[in-house]
Design a protein around this ligand. Structure first.
Ligand SMILES: Cc1ncc(COP(=O)(O)O)c(C=O)c1O
Length: 420
């Protein structure tokens, strides 16, 4: 009976591709800042029978029978998130970080209302009002930028600009801004013009949970995040807010913008949030930041330009225009990928190339830190990256780098022992 057969028997081509992806992850250095490797426990939760269950509604108030156990699981995820972040109300149902942002917009904005957010090429995210995204199509959007000289947000300029535009909501948070956001200053700007403040902590959810990055709780009206990046939990999104907005947020998520919750992912969130409450996760988050700073030192010493000169968190944005004016982000991504170092091309402030080409690369440390890398290994990886950027077509250099990458991957397996 097909029902009892393994994936390998039912869809060998799919099983093969999954195995190949597992091998790719083991055999390359993943440095995409938004990615991580979840634990076996989180994988187990996400691959469980919970995928079978419909549970529209919220714990204790569902549209379907048989929800006792999924209620328990969703409450566990909510409770752990409350403990980790100190938030009054938590919704763990958003299917993704983008859905979490949609939930907030739908709860307090009407079509045509105004969003003020960080521009994509200065580190913002599509769901903060880009014209190709629903957020840019439904709302009137104006964007702030970083100071081209310093690479930092200029909060005085932001305040002037916000006052002029008079938005209904200010979005803080980013995908490629290497510095901490000053949530208290943005909250003050928002208060003065009577706007809401949404802090999107997608990238730094784990760093905030571990208290190695400032928290927007107490400053922002709404906080959204992804749950699979630095926090290494089940894949998806989360919304946090004060109790006064709880009903509006919950109904904007379901039934406003989603159907049944992905209970297997919510179990993954419960598992990952539990891990994030341990001392070893705090050490992990501290190491993520120390590793990023170690990498920044290597790049600075080797003459690469970093947007803002360095980092406060888990990612660096390398602006190639000064050091390698003829090398595009796309070419750099491809040359690094060929030696087993996986990064993404990224636009930089003042970008002149298209988003598919770009003049920068974004480099992150969450995944390698999960593998056990410390400052020493990270410095070695930094030197390898510089070697490739300096010699993207040099066969001997690239062969040497590829072989060192192989050795590092074997020395630091992701899933040691029986692979999941
Ligand atoms: C700041 C920010 N917000 C939202 C998202 C969207 O998250 P998701 O891919 O889960 O929709 C991202 C994704 O990288 C992000 O960086």
């Amino acid at each position: 009976m097909v029902f009892e057969q393994s994936l390998d028997q039912v869809a060998p081509d799919t099983a093969q591709a999954i195995n190949q992806e597992r091998e790719r992850q083991e055999a390359t250095l993943g440095m995409i800042a938004s990615e991580n490797h979840v634990s076996k426990a989180v994988l187990e939760a996400q691959g469980s029978v919970l995928t079978n269950k419909y549970a529209e509604g919220y714990p204790g108030n569902r549209y379907y029978g048989g929800c006792d156990h999924v209620d328990t699981i969703e409450n566990q995820a909510i409770q752990r998130a409350k403990e980790l972040f100190g938030a009054e109300h938590v919704n763990v149902q958003p299917h993704s970080g983008t859905q979490a942002n949609m939930g907030v917009y739908f709860s307090v904005l009407n079509p045509g209302d105004r969003i003020f957010s960080l521009s994509l090429s200065h580190g913002g995210h599509l769901s903060h009002g880009h014209k190709v995204n629903f957020s840019g199509q439904l709302y009137d959007v104006e964007q702030y930028e970083v100071d081209p000289e310093t690479g930092y947000i200029d909060y005085d300029d932001m305040a002037r600009h916000a006052d002029e535009f008079d938005p209904d909501i200010i979005v803080s948070g980013s995908s490629a801004y290497p510095r901490e956001v000053e949530y208290d200053r943005i909250a003050k700007i928002a208060r003065e013009i009577d706007a809401y403040h949404l802090a999107d902590i997608a990238h730094v959810t784990g760093l905030i949970a571990a208290d190695v990055h400032t928290s927007p709780v107490g400053h922002a009206d709404f906080i959204t995040g992804s749950t699979h990046k630095t926090i290494r939990a089940g894949r998806g999104g989360i919304i946090m807010c004060r109790d006064e907005y709880a009903d509006d947020i919950d109904s904007a998520v379901f039934p406003g913008s989603q159907g049944g919750p992905l209970m297997h992912n919510i179990a993954g969130k419960a598992a990952g949030f539990g891990e994030a409450q341990t001392d070893s996760f705090v050490q992990y988050a501290e190491q993520v930041v120390s590793n990023a700073k170690a990498l920044a030192d290597v790049f600075n010493n080797q003459g690469l330009s970093l947007v803002s000169g360095g980092t406060d968190k888990h990612l660096l944005l390398v602006d190639l225009r000064d050091s390698h004016p003829d090398l595009t982000g796309k070419e750099a991504e491809s040359a690094l990928s060929d030696v087993g170092i996986i990064v993404n091309k990224n636009t930089v402030p003042g970008e002149t190339r298209s988003p598919m080409v770009t003049s920068g690369i974004r480099v992150g440390t969450p995944s390698l830190t999960t593998r056990g890398f410390k400052e020493g290994e990270m410095e070695a990886v930094g030197e390898l990256i510089v070697d490739v950027l300096n010699n993207p077509d040099g066969e001997a250099v690239c062969d040497r780098v590829a072989s060192t990458v192989d050795n590092l991957c074997s020395e630091f397996p992701i899933y040691a022992g029986t692979p999941p």
